[in-house]
Design a protein around this ligand. Structure first.
Ligand code: HEC
Ligand code: HEC
Length: 502
């Protein structure tokens, strides 16, 4: 396995550590040499504009914060690149206690929650702090990618006390690290689909009122069917036939459960959960009445600009691609496998593409709510136009001019276990009131680069995870297992072309 290559902006931090070691050694050398090394470090740092004024031996990863107001409006290509570079640096930064790591008085809960007892253990592999940087987990095949089983997270919104020490599934749901490539496109699709569903709801309510009779509507957005909604003349709505999303008809594309709405929301959660780095937009004076909610002696740990930088980087990450194998045997096998993938109705859930109208990513987004910076809170809404990225031009468009996002997913939750096939029904705690055996269709783009498989990362081959498809996917899975072994291998050969570019 090749070790992931660290991109430039992350090297800034790594280099400053290496340089620190170098400069300690060089201290024995003439002072003039030391000065030239230090000025080289200073000039390197000032390229990325982050660590200008602070001496490189100070054990902080963040010596300044990104100013939200410096990055508002429709960002030029250069400003977007600059903001994303800052975000990459933050994603790769190993935060320290001087930056604000730790939350001795706060839990990892999404809603700011105080601990009942002081947390004596700063790091705890189960309830957090469980890592030093975002890229500690998201690192294969490179920064922003997925993680191996050893990087699993024990997710539970219920940890309000000292935190669980046990990996027993009674206390948390164990999830494997998924990759974030193409995440901006995923969020844009979810936003557009949510808007479509909300329009359908508005229309059926109006129709029911105007006609004085019950009216139903099929909830279809971009070809994905989320069941139906019935409205009555008095404005009541029957929600019982909605499928695969929450009853507020908001598509929440993130986590393998499909319960988080936006990169912004996720980022603020993750900073607190994994690192005890608390974003002021949630944990600051406005919502908690305190400027050091976690009681670690550091205030303003993460500014709104810092969160924006992290979002801009994640949102502009290139989507995975389908590669053409050099080996002609593999090419043939993959072509056959691709046809079988349709024939077995894998595409019923892993839809090849979903059409996207606009590449303009507003941050904060239309669905960011209290506890995350909101559009209504600031004059500083930024637009990251993904058309300005290097990869946008390579995405195909349909005849209507829509961008075809090749995600191999449907942004819908499905029941994945039944009375016989239980493997994916392994969780004991329901998350946000979603049934325990329902998961959002795993987007298969990049799947060849993200072994292991399944939401717990406990399956080592693609065949194992396909065989584990029960519930709504049972028919497809049974057909797969009935295929001659050569055809099963053809499907795997196809899946193995879906890579994250190194
Ligand atoms: C200890 C490992 C770990 C660390 C550290 C970590 N993540 Fe994650 N990340 C995960 C896991 C596991 C998931 C999947 C969660 C789930 O499915 O419930 C995930 C999912 C995500 C997702 C959603 C991806 C999707 O398509 O569903 C985003 C976005 C994300 N992480 C961003 C971050 C950011 C930003 C940081 C740093 C502030 C971070 N992560 C730190 C393990 C980690
Ligand atoms: C009813 C919807 C549905 C159908 C049909 C379906 N899948 Fe899936 N698939 C899912 C869901 C949901 C997941 C995520 C499972 C989990 O929680 O780990 C998934 C996950 C996967 C994964 C693992 C992704 C990863 O990164 O771990 C592969 C591979 C996969 N499916 C292949 C297939 C193939 C091949 C077929 C056809 C034989 C198929 N699926 C049919 C819904 C479906």
């Amino acid at each position: 396995m090749t070790k992931s290559k660290q991109p430039k902006e992350t090297e800034m931090f790594i280099q400053s550590n290496l340089n620190l070691r170098a400069s300690v050694k060089i201290g024995l050398f003439p002072a003039v040499l030391l000065m030239s090394v230090l000025s080289a470090i200073a000039s390197q740092n000032s390229i990325a504009g982050e660590i200008k004024s602070v001496n490189p031996w100070i054990e902080k990863s963040l010596s300044s914060h990104v100013e939200q107001s410096d990055f508002s409006g429709n960002l030029s290509r250069d400003l977007l690149k600059d903001l994303a570079a800052k975000g990459e640096a933050l994603f790769g930064a190993k935060f320290t206690s001087l930056d604000g790591v730790g939350r001795p008085l706060a839990t990892h809960a999404i809603i700011p929650t105080k601990r009942r007892h002081l947390n004596q253990k700063l790091f705890n592999r189960v309830s957090g702090l469980d890592a030093n940087s975002c890229s500690s987990c998201h690192n294969e095949p490179r920064i922003g990618g997925a993680g191996s089983f050893s990087l699993n997270v024990f997710a539970s919104e219920g940890f309000t006390g000292q935190g669980a020490d046990s990996t027993n599934p009674q206390f948390s749901n164990e999830r494997n690290t998924n990759h974030i490539f193409g995440a901006g496109l995923i969020e844009l699709l979810a936003r557009e689909m949510t808007a479509q569903l909300h329009n359908l709801r508005k229309k059926v309510l109006r129709d029911a009122r105007d006609s004085g009779r019950d009216q139903s509507v099929r909830l279809v957005a971009k070809g994905v069917d989320y069941g139906s909604l019935t409205a009555s003349a008095n404005g009541l709505v029957d929600l019982s036939n909605i499928q695969g999303i929450d009853t507020d008809l908001v598509i929440r594309p993130f986590t393998q459960k499909g319960v988080i709405t936006s990169l912004r929301q996720f980022t603020v959660n993750a900073l607190n959960q994994h690192h005890g780095m608390q974003a002021s937009e949630r944990f600051g004076l406005r919502w908690t009445g305190e400027d050091d909610f976690d009681g670690d002696g550091i205030i303003n740990e993460i500014s709104s600009g810092d969160v924006s930088a992290l979002v801009a980087w994640q949102a502009t990450l290139a989507p995975p691609v389908i590669s053409t194998p050099e080996d002609t045997l593999w090419q043939k096998a993959a072509a056959k496998g691709e046809q079988l993938f349709d024939q077995l109705n894998c595409t019923g859930c892993h839809m090849r593409t979903l059409p996207l109208d606009s590449l303009k990513f507003f941050d904060p987004g239309p669905l960011d709510a209290a506890g995350t910076l909101r559009q209504s809170d600031s004059n500083n809404t930024a637009i990251y136009d993904l058309a300005k990225t290097e990869w946008a031009a390579s995405l195909p468009r349909n005849s209507a001019g829509q961008i075809l996002v090749p995600l191999f997913g449907d942004l819908k939750r499905h029941v994945m276990s039944d009375g016989e096939i239980l493997k994916l029904g392994n969780e004991l705690l329901s998350q946000r009131f979603v049934a325990r055996n329902e998961f959002i269709t795993g987007e298969l783009w990049g799947v060849a680069s993200t072994m292991p498989y399944g939401h717990r990362g406990d399956m080592t081959t693609l065949e194992e995870v396909i065989s584990a498809h029960g519930g709504e996917a049972r028919k497809s899975r049974d057909m797969y297992l009935k295929l001659p072994s050569q055809d099963r291998q053809n499907i795997i050969a196809f899946l193995k072309t879906m890579v994250i570019k190194q």
